[in-house]
Design a protein around this ligand. Structure first.
Ligand code: TRP
Length: 343
């Protein structure tokens, strides 16, 4: 099977589990925005069904889903150009996930490192949904016949599983139906690390709020967090090699580079030789220039919840128009009898 029989189509998802950081912005959303302008049809999903594989307070889930939608739009996703919606409004995701539960093997799922990490020692008490999570993710992708899936490094294994499911389905039913997808893994330069520890990923679940920049932080907070970010006493190097064994310095340079859309080497050519006392205010100013408009736009959008809900409903209609025929065809292939099948 060749990929060329499928329209180049990007699909990606983010869980609405609360707290968007600079890491989500530079590592995911900004890339999603860039792909929007390329020759792709782009589909971006707030994966609320994935979020509930661990407990979510219902009121928080609603708030976080809308805030994530506001974040996507404020970051530059155009809801006309891209299909932007929340997963639960398109029942085809859950329908196809069931079929894939019957294709995927227990052994495949048990090998998933995210399952092992998240369930921890207490697997008996984890939800069945957490175990089946990757089959739902495969359904998200394949119900659109997506060809390109931008994700972080931690999701690579789930994409390999998605390929395995597509291959086994095609093989078991003797069809060329699901595409074997291309992972688009984020590079190290866009992986944003904690401001307190350059070896840890910036995370909304870190107990220290000083370790991260939230997309909802105001200008003063952003500037303060950068001023207090951990660094080392040396001046900045003018070559990339000079960042070896200096994870905090490397992280701040990477963040600067990503925000101003240059390579880290280009940044060092400009700032090499400067002390952090001089570089940090530059970074703070750049971060505020780029992020403050996003956080204020998010706040503005969050004031009009009805508008957000309208955008999500319209996105869901457009998504369904693509997903429903594919699930219908899947049902036919599998042998489900139904009035619409005609098989
Ligand atoms: N599992 C992904 C994450 O936690 C989110 C996700 C769900 C996703 N479905 C997807 C990403 C489909 C890409 C494609 O980051």
């Amino acid at each position: 099977m060749t990929d060329s029989q499928f329209t180049p189509r990007v699909f990606s998802g983010i869980q609405p589990s609360g707290g968007l950081t600079l890491g989500n912005y530079l590592g995911a959303m900004k890339r999603f925005v860039d792909m929007q302008s390329a020759d792709f049809e782009t589909i971006y999903c707030m994966v609320d069904l994935h979020a509930i594989t661990t407990w979510q307070n219902p009121a928080d889930l609603r708030h976080n889903t809308r805030e994530l939608c506001a974040g996507f739009i404020a970051a530059g996703i155009d809801p006309e150009q891209s299909v932007l919606f929340n997963q639960s409004q398109v029942p085809e995701h859950a329908q196809l996930a069931w079929i894939f539960n019957c294709v995927a093997r227990m052994g495949w799922m048990q090998r998933m490192t995210q399952w092992k990490d998240k369930a921890g020692k207490n697997q008996q008490n984890a939800s069945l949904g957490l175990f089946a999570y990757p089959a739902l993710m495969a359904a998200d992708i394949l119900t659109y016949h997506a060809t390109h899936v931008p994700v972080g490094d931690d999701q690579k294994q789930h994409l390999e599983l998605t390929r395995d499911i597509a291959i086994k389905f095609n093989h078991d039913f003797g069809v060329d139906f699901f595409p074997v997808i291309e992972p688009v893994i984020e590079g190290a330069a866009t992986r944003v690390m904690s401001l307190r520890d350059g070896s840890k990923k910036m995370s909304k679940s870190d107990p220290s709020d000083m370790s991260r920049i939230n997309m909802t932080d105001d200008a003063d907070t952003i500037a303060k967090k950068i001023r207090k970010a951990k660094t080392d006493p040396d001046a900045l190097p003018s070559e990339i090699d000079g960042l070896d064994d200096r994870p905090e310095a490397r992280n701040l340079v990477n963040v600067y580079a990503a925000l101003c859309e240059q390579t880290p080497q280009q940044v060092l050519a400009e700032v090499g030789g400067k002390q952090f006392g001089e570089f940090k205010p530059m970074l703070a100013e750049l971060a505020v220039t780029k992020l403050a408009p996003i956080s204020s736009e998010m706040a503005r959008l969050m004031n009009d919840q009805a508008e957000i809900d309208r955008i999500l409903a319209r996105g869901a209609d457009r998504a369904r128009a693509i997903a429903a025929p594919i699930v219908q065809q899947t049902y036919e292939i599998v042998g489900m009898v139904g009035a619409k099948n005609g098989a």
